[in-house]
Design a protein around this ligand. Structure first.
Ligand SMILES: [Zn+2]
Length: 455
C-alpha cells in the first residue's frame, strides 16, 4: 500500500500531527510526547510535590504523578491575580480497550487477551483490526533479600513505572462470519464481555509461551509484573486520506488533536513573544471519557492546585493578594472535538448548526450546560477567530438528541472562570479510526496562538 504522498508537496502540519499521534497511543505516551516537545521548546520540569515558584518568562511544566495529565505554563510578567490565566484545556484519554486484571485465557485453540472498555467506544470499529499494545508497567522495588523496599518518608512500597509500546500488530479481535450469524447486518450488537477479547496467538502453545513471546517483543517480562495499565490500540498508523489529502484518519483524534493544537500554539507563542504579560497555560487531563472524576481528571484538584500555587509564588503577586483572585480574570478555551455534518447521516444535524470538515473551529453551545459556552465567551472566541483570519462555525445538537459533554463545564465550575467549549469538526467520534480535517488543525493552532499572544 502506498501512502498518499505527493513528493512535490511540502510537509504540512497535519503530517506532523499524524506522526505525533502515532507516538501517543495512550495517555502515558501522550504526556511523554508532550514533555519531549516542551523540553525542546525550553520548558523545565517542576515536580508536583515541589515548589512552583517561577520567574516571569520562565517556562515550566508539571506532570501529575500518575503520568497521564500535564500542565505547562509560560509565566507572565504581571501577577495572575491581576491578569488571570490564558488557559487552554484538552484531554489525553480516548475510548479504547484495556487489559483486564489477569488478562490471559485460552479458548478454541487460541491464547486470548481479555479486555475491558474505557469510555463510550464504537465497539464494532475494534473488530478485524490489527492491534498493538501500549501503556505502563509497574514493578515493586525489592531488595537483595527479595523483600519489598519502602519509601523512608511516605512509608509506602517503592513502585517503578515504565512505559510500554509494542508497536506491532500483536493481536486481533475477529468478527464472526455472516454465514454463521445471518442477522448480523441488521442486529449486530457487540457484547463487550464476550466479543471484544483479542486473539494473541494460535495453536497448542500455552499461555506461558505467549507470555515469553510478548516479553521478547516488549522488553518487559509480563510474568514478573506487579501491576499494569495496558491498552490495546489500533496498529494502523494515522494517515492522510482523500484525493486532496484533506482528511486525517486515525484513532484518538478525540481529543489528542486538541492536545496537539494547544501544544503547538503554546510552543509557538514562546517564539513570537517569550515575555508575556499574562501567564499562558495548557492543561491536559486524563479520564474525560469516564467523567473526569479521578486523581488527575479535570474534576480533580490538580489544575486548581497548580494555578493557585503559581499565582501565590509569582514575584509580582503582593502579599496582600489571594491567589484565587486570578480566577476572576481567567479565560479558558476548553478544546474537545466536535461532530461534523455527516454526508451519509445528514438528518442527525440541524442544518443551521452543521459544521463542515475543513471549514474551521466549532463553538459548541448547549442550554442544558453540557457545554460551558455562554453568549459572552462565544463572542470572545468569535473575536479570536476574526483576529486569526479563521472562519468559525457553531454546533447546537438537535433538541431531540442527547448532547455529550466535556471538560469545559467542569473547569468552569472548579475555577469559577469564563469558559468557551470549542473543537475541530470530525466524523465517527469514538471509533477506532476517526476522521478529521487537515486544515482545521492549522486553523485551530492559529486561533489558540492569537489567544496566547494577542491579536
Ligand atoms: Zn473528547
Amino acid at each position: 500500500m502506498q501512502p498518499l504522498d505527493n513528493l512535490n508537496q511540502p510537509r504540512e502540519p497535519a503530517d506532523d500531527y499524524a506522526a505525533w499521534l502515532a507516538r501517543s497511543p495512550t495517555p502515558f505516551q501522550a504526556v511523554a510526547t508532550c514533555v519531549q516537545q516542551l523540553r525542546a521548546a525550553g520548558f523545565a520540569e517542576r515536580a508536583y510535590g515541589g515548589s512552583l515558584a517561577a520567574e516571569p518568562g520562565e517556562r515550566i511544566y508539571v506532570a501529575h504523578p500518575d503520568g497521564k495529565s500535564l500542565i505547562a505554563l509560560v509565566l507572565g510578567s504581571r501577577s495572575p491575580c491581576d491578569t488571570g490565566y490564558a488557559l487552554v484545556g484538552a484531554h489525553t484519554d480516548s475510548p479504547d480497550l484495556r487489559l483486564r486484571l489477569n488478562p490471559l485465557g485460552e479458548a478454541a485453540g487460541t491464547v486470548q487477551l481479555h479486555t475491558q472498555f474505557h469510555g463510550g467506544l464504537i465497539r464494532r470499529s475494534w473488530l478485524d483490526r490489527p492491534l498493538a499494545l501500549a501503556g505502563a508497567a509497574y514493578h515493586v522495588v525489592r531488595g537483595k533479600d527479595g523483600r519489598p523496599r519502602f519509601h523512608e518518608l511516605t512509608g509506602l512500597p517503592l513502585v517503578t513505572r515504565s512505559l510500554v509500546h509494542v508497536d506491532a500488530p500483536i493481536a486481533v479481535i475477529p468478527d464472526v462470519a455472516i454465514h454463521l450469524d445471518r442477522d448480523k447486518n441488521d442486529k449486530g450488537a457487540v457484547n463487550p464481555q464476550t466479543m471484544l477479547n483479542a486473539v494473541l496467538a494460535t495453536g497448542d502453545g500455552s499461555i506461558d509461551e505467549a507470555l515469553a513471546m510478548l516479553a521478547a517483543r516488549a522488553g518487559v517480562d509480563f510474568a514478573e509484573l506487579d501491576g499494569f495499565d495496558l491498552h490495546l490500540v489500533p496498529a494502523v498508523a494515522p494517515q492522510r486520506v482523500g484525493l486532496d489529502r484533506s482528511l486525517v484518519t486515525g484513532a484518538r483524534h478525540d481529543d489528542l488533536a486538541m492536545v496537539w493544537c494547544a501544544l503547538q500554539a503554546l510552543c509557538e507563542s514562546v517564539d513570537r513573544d517569550p515575555n508575556p504579560v499574562r501567564t499562558r497555560v495548557a492543561a491536559f487531563f486524563d479520564a474525560e471519557e469516564t467523567g473526569s472524576l479521578t486523581s488527575s481528571g479535570a474534576a480533580s484538584s490538580f489544575l486548581r492546585d497548580v494555578l493557585v500555587r503559581v499565582a501565590r509564588r509569582h514575584p509580582a503577586t503582593p502579599a496582600s493578594a489571594d491567589p484565587e483572585q486570578a480566577f476572576a480574570h481567567t479565560f479558558c478555551i476548553s478544546a474537545d472535538m466536535a461532530h461534523a455534518w455527516h454526508p451519509n447521516f445528514q438528518d442527525l444535524h440541524d442544518k443551521k448548526h452543521a459544521p463542515r470538515i475543513n471549514q474551521g473551529p466549532v463553538i459548541k453551545a448547549n442550554a442544558s450546560d453540557r457545554y460551558a459556552t455562554t453568549g459572552e465567551t462565544g463572542a470572545a472566541f468569535v473575536g479570536l477567530c476574526e483576529a486569526a483570519g479563521v472562519h468559525v462555525q457553531d454546533f447546537v445538537i438537535k433538541q431531540d438528541l442527547t448532547c455529550g459533554t466535556t471538560i469545559g463545564p467542569i473547569a468552569a465550575a472548579h475555577l469559577a472562570a469564563k469558559v468557551v467549549d470549542v473543537g475541530c469538526p470530525m466524523w465517527a467520534m469514538h471509533s477506532a479510526a476517526e476522521t478529521c480535517g487537515a486544515k482545521d488543525l492549522e486553523a485551530m493552532v492559529r486561533v489558540m496562538g492569537v489567544f496566547f499572544v494577542g491579536g
